[in-house]
Design a protein around this ligand. Structure first.
Ligand code: NAD
Ligand code: ISE
Length: 336
């Protein structure tokens, strides 16, 4: 069976996911496209999915009888309504991060999915599928001994003027928030944010860089530097310090050069290249589960836990240096 997918939001990642469904992965095809800007949907149709129907409204795409499963790749604030509509239609739905821009919104999705009775939602936390993080998790489980600290960095070369201080949490840190819960098999209990002096390249409405300190229920302390105007490249770093040893996330494969009396290692500049393989694996997982009418991988519960933690981190930005408590409610059995 070929899974017939409708894609809502055909900007950068909606286009890229359409490309991988049409040209890289087996078992699915894009039969419908929709974007707030219809020209964007038509451009993706022309370039990648000529047989797809373009719908003006995402809601109509979700209801369309030819659509078996939905990809929500629109702007974060629009995710909740589309995911709720997909659950109401009983259709599996892959939702790019964040699941919702508030914890209350994510909770509404969890409640709707629990009422439906089976999983329908996968959240686009692709790092769980990255070969480097998978190897790091294996090292933490078998070789480092119990984790004590994590030192991490999420650096982007630059961000647009519309990227404001809270987006460093909702848009950027949210990947670390999810992947460290998964990596450590732990939940957060508090967050604190510290700001050094502002980098010269950061625009007027953005405090950048910043350091977020998260504490987990098992007592692990995690420091993450977020620096979205680092200029030199797209750089994701992670080091886990355990009782017996230290494990580091591998660098992306690259040709090392000895040239002109220097030893050189190239650094990527675009997030699309850094996690290209993991996007393929996460969507393949979605296609396999959606073909069976369900969802696997990062769940609505994970999206909700990330949203609660994000809200606490944004509160911690506002109350610079103060520790903000994080409490997760009881997890419904659907997510055990
Ligand atoms: P983008 O701005 O390039 O694209 C967003 C698209 O959504 C635009 O074409 C816009 O017209 C459309 N849109 C806005 N409102 C809409 C609505 N109500 N209905 C339908 N379409 C609407 O942004 P992007 O970089 O592609 O990001 C999209 C989502 O993907 C965001 O939630 C972002 O956080 C997430 N994302 C995830 C990753 C990742 O690494 N997993 C990377 C990039 C983006
Ligand atoms: C972007 O939306 C992503 O999800 C990237 O993975 C992240 O590194 C970047 O900071 C975000 O803006």
């Amino acid at each position: 069976m070929t899974l017939k997918i409708g894609v809502i939001g055909t900007g950068m990642i909606g286009r890229d996911h359409t490309r991988r469904i049409q040209q890289v992965l087996a078992g699915a095809e894009v039969v419908a496209l929709s974007d707030y800007n219809p020209d964007a949907a038509r451009a993706v149709q022309a370039d990648l999915a000529p047989a797809a129907t373009v719908y003006e409204k995402g809601e109509d795409l979700i209801a369309a009888p030819e659509v078996d499963a939905i990809l929500v790749c629109s702007t974060g604030a629009t995710h909740e309504a589309y995911v709720l509509a997909a659950i109401a239609a009983g259709k599996p739905c892959f939702c790019e991060k964040p699941l919702a821009t508030t914890a209350d919104g994510a909770r509404r999705i969890v409640d709707a999915e629990v009422a439906h009775g089976t999983r329908l939602v996968q959240v686009g936390f692709m790092r769980r599928y990255d070969a480097g993080y998978v190897a790091l998790k294996e090292a933490v489980q078998t070789r480092t001994g119990a984790p004590i600290m994590v030192h991490a960095a999420h650096r982007n070369p630059t961000v647009p003027e519309q990227y404001l201080t809270p987006m460093a949490i909702h848009d950027t840190l949210i990947h670390e928030i999810d992947v460290f819960r998964w990596l450590l098999d732990d939940d957060y209990v508090s967050a604190r944010v510290l700001f050094p002096r502002k980098a010269d390249r950061a625009h007027a409405r953005l405090r950048d860089p910043q350091v977020v300190v998260l504490e987990t229920a098992k007592g692990v302390l995690i420091d993450v530097e977020i620096f979205v105007n680092c200029h030199y490249g797209y750089d994701i770093q992670c080091e886990v310090v355990g009782e017996d040893g230290i494990a580091r996330l591998p660098e992306p494969m690259a040709i090392q050069m000895r040239l002109g009396a220097t030893l050189q290692n190239p650094i990527l500049t675009d997030w699309k290249d850094r996690f290209v393989a993991s996007y393929d694996v996460e969507l393949n997982d979605f296609i396999k589960a959606a073909t069976r009418g369900t969802a696997a991988g990062p769940s609505s519960w994970d999206g909700y836990a990330a949203a609660i933690t994000s809200d606490a981190c944004v509160a911690a930005q506002d109350a610079e240096g103060t520790t903000v408590a994080i409490t997760l409610p009881a997890r419904p059995a659907l997510y055990d």
